[in-house]
Design a protein around this ligand. Structure first.
Ligand code: PEP
Ligand code: MN
Length: 342
């Protein structure tokens, strides 16, 4: 950390700052410039909270040099994290790992038919919510335990790994009966109690970016999972709120290379929740793969007009099949060419 002193700060201010640093067991090095003075801190084993110094008299600002997401960041972990799900690998250019399925599990017939189609189309995992975080308390909230049971049936019938969401600690206990990957949704990205519990769940976690979270906040949420002992975390861009109104959210694709630079964790993109329109899902899924995403996640429903949630964005099974084929064709072309652009 670097503590910049204000112009006009006194010798006493500087001495007080150095004392505060040394009282914490660290070393303070005074850097005297022609206009301003700064204090560099060394000997700290990890990030330091800048607010410890910012309120001291004469301090202009405290600038963190060590990134606060020590476990999620590349500094301490330069190689890409690779997660194995069955025979598939996620991360480090093995992708794209394709996760698809209905927004919510609605019935045995619905989830089994989608699962069979996706298996045949070459998807890597089936996704369906048994517990749904809905904006309105009057909207369909998911089938709960019955939904978990139906996901288990679909998994047994097709062999597809299952991705499903936990919305709180009680639902996490339930979804662990079937989930190969536990999803933590955008609204719960900063539910720290849930993150701590999911950090001890022994299953990979797909962590979706909050509706208005920065990349740093997403990485700090991932840090909770990693710090609690779970090294298998997937970051997922799912659209953020902006002033744009043509789309449900704004898909922030540039976060894909940004996260890959900052972090070793795999990065997925969800074009369904980002765009909210089924016609826009395939173009943005292709763009995500072209941008280097390790996986994509999109919604499919056998009869979107009857879907109990997110009907407008669901792909028909035929479109899902075509999209998976396109993504498989696109991935090797993109990865062959990116090396030359570095
Ligand atoms: C979902 O994946 O169905 C969902 C509700 O997503 P998000 O948390 O991104 O809104
Ligand atoms: Mn949905």
């Amino acid at each position: 950390m670097l503590i910049a002193m204000k112009q006009g700060s006194t010798r006493d201010d500087l001495a007080r700052v150095c004392r505060a640093v040394e009282d914490l067991g660290f070393h303070a090095h005074v850097l005297t410039g022609s206009q301003r003075t700064a204090v560099a801190i060394t000997g700290n084993p990890g990030p330091i909270d800048p607010t410890l110094f910012e309120a001291l008299p004469g301090v202009a600002e405290a600038i963190a040099v060590t990134r606060p997401w020590t476990r999620a960041g590349r500094d301490a972990h330069p190689e890409d994290t690779v997660i194995r799900i069955g025979n598939a690998r996620i991360g480090s250019g093995s992708g794209p790992f394709v996760v698809a399925g209905p927004c919510a599990v609605e019935s045995e017939e619905q989830i089994l038919s989608v699962a069979r189609i996706l298996k045949d189309a070459g998807a890597d995992a089936l996704r369906g919510g048994a517990y749904k975080p809905r904006s309105s308390p009057y909207s369909f909230q998911g089938l709960g335990r019955d939904g978990v049971h139906l996901l288990a049936k679909a998994k047994e019938a097709t062999g597809l790994p299952v991705v499903t969401e936990a919305v709180d600690e009680a639902s996490l206990e339930q979804v662990l009966r079937v989930a190969d990957i536990v999803q933590i949704g955008a609204r719960n990205m900063q539910n720290y109690a849930l993150l701590k519990r999911a950090g001890r769940c022994g299953r990979p976690v797909l962590l979706k970016r909050g509706l208005s979270a920065t990349a740093e906040e997403l990485l700090l949420s991932a840090e909770y999972l990693l710090d609690a002992g779970n090294p298998e975390v997937i970051l997922c861009e799912r659209g953020i709120r902006t002033f744009s109104q043509h789309s449900r959210y704004t898909l922030d694709l540039s976060i894909v290379p940004a996260l890959r630079e900052l972090s070793h964790l795999p990065v997925f993109v969800d074009p369904s929740h980002a765009t909210g329109h089924s016609e826009r899902v395939a173009p943005m899924a292709r763009a995500a793969v072209a941008a280097g995403a390790d996986g994509v996640l999109f919604e499919v429903h056998p009869a979107p007009e009857r879907a109990l949630s997110d009907a407008r964005q669901a792909l028909l099974p035929g479109a899902a099949r075509e999209l998976i084929a396109q993504l498989r064709e696109l991935a090797p072309i993109v990865s062959r060419r990116t090396e030359a652009l570095r």
